[in-house]
Write a protein that binds this ligand. Structure first.
Ligand code: TXA
Ligand code: MG
Length: 352
């Protein structure tokens, strides 16, 4: 299949480009498009054979459910029953935006879209291209991140192209996304609302609206998530892991720098090449290895924005190992460390 790559204005998307993309969606074909979090791979959410194409293109296990994207709050009633009061409160506060809610699904949502579950994940994105595409197609759009299964989520159209060229009908290139990490997922299908995936809408922000929320486990505990049945099926799959084994180095900044420098020297002696993931504040402290800063520690949004791009850049090099500093876990930091721990397969080394 030839994949059409089309640039689109991310603020005022050209109507004719949206119309062509919407035609593909209406035909049951796949279109990748920008959202405010990461690029999504879209298909008509209510057509089983359209959803199935997503799994085939991504190489995604068929029991890992998709998020259904809507463009108006009332569409909740088309696909979810009941729509609890909490969902409406959260929708009013955070939609359109980077929040996904899990609710009980209606019959019309095919099991192919929900990975066999009786619940459905729903998100109303704020990105103008995503909103216009949903509106113009007249469909609700199922869209996982537009990467090959096992790769970092794409934050620009180039990433999508690398992973999916020839496998999908169209890519809408609206430039780099704003946020760079996937939406927060909250489960409202259970008695006590629970955060299944941390993101820019933090547990604290959700608590302000709902009062009580079961927050994502502190990062130090997430290694134990295998011990109970996964709530978001996606969490049970080996997440993205860089080609070279990645280790997070924990401790005081000075000790972390010293430890990573020692490791770098050891690898160099063996003729090996390593990557070092660090911050603007510390980048000048390293000499050996491929040194990449993901931004200033004072700007967590910048770190979130750069993380997936830098991980992809490491994968383009032939590295024997990657060592990474750790970052604050307050606020959005929880989402950043959640993704970094998964990329590192929960490997943490204490600096000495
Ligand atoms: O920001 C985002 O959410 C992006 C953009 C494209 O909207 N989408 C995204 O989709 O990250 P995906 O498929 O990469 O991640 C969806 C996650 C998976 O971990 C999946 O298991 C979980 O949501 N999920 C989907 N439906 C669910 C359900 N009914 N119950 C529990 N978890 C669900
Ligand atoms: Mg994904």
């Amino acid at each position: 299949m030839e994949t059409i790559l089309e640039t689109i204005d991310p603020v005022n998307p050209e109507a004719d480009v949206i119309r062509r993309a919407a035609e593909f969606i209406k035909n049951g074909d796949l279109v990748a498009f920008p959202t405010e979090t990461v690029y999504g791979l879209g298909a008509d959410a209510l057509r089983p054979e359209a959803s199935q194409k997503i799994y085939a293109a991504k190489g995604r296990p068929s029991d890992n459910p998709l998020i259904v994207h809507i463009a108006q709050i009332e569409d909740l009633y088309r696909i979810a029953d009941p729509v609890p009061e909490e969902a409406l409160l959260l929708a009013k506060r955070f939609w359109p935006g980077p929040l996904t809610m899990i609710l009980h699904k209606k019959e019309c949502v095919p099991k192919q879209t929900t990975g066999g579950l009786n619940t459905v994940a729903i998100r109303f994105p704020s990105h103008p291209v995503a909103r216009e595409l949903i509106r113009q197609s007249g469909c609700l759009i199922a869209a996982p991140s537009a990467n090959t299964s096992g790769r970092p989520s794409p934050t620009c159209a180039e990433h999508v192209h690398r992973d999916l060229d020839g496998r999908i009908a169209m890519i809408l290139d609206g430039g780099e996304v704003g946020l760079g990490l996937e939406s927060t997922i909250i489960d409202l299908s259970v008695d006590r609302p629970a955060v299944l995936r941390p993101g820019f809408i933090t547990a604290e922000m959700l608590k302000e609206v709902l009062g009580d929320v079961d927050g994502e486990k502190p990062f130090a505990e997430t290694g134990h998530e295998d011990s109970h049945a996964p709530k978001a099926p996606g969490m049970k799959y080996t997440h993205y892991a860089p080609k070279a084994p990645m280790t997070l180095v924990r401790g005081e900044q000075e000790a972390v720098i010293r430890t990573i420098r020692q490791l770098a020297a050891k690898h160099r002696e063996k003729g090996e090449r390593i990557g070092i993931l660090c911050s603007d504040e510390t980048a000048g402290s390293y000499e050996d290895g491929l040194i990449k800063s993901i931004g200033s520690r004072a700007a967590e949004a910048e770190i979130a924005h750069n993380l997936y791009r830098v991980l992809r850049e490491f994968d383009e090099q032939d590295l024997d190992a990657i060592y990474s500093e750790m970052f604050d876990t307050a606020g959005v930091g929880q989402a950043i460390m959640n993704r970094m721990l998964k990329a590192a397969g929960h490997r943490i080394l204490d600096a000495d």
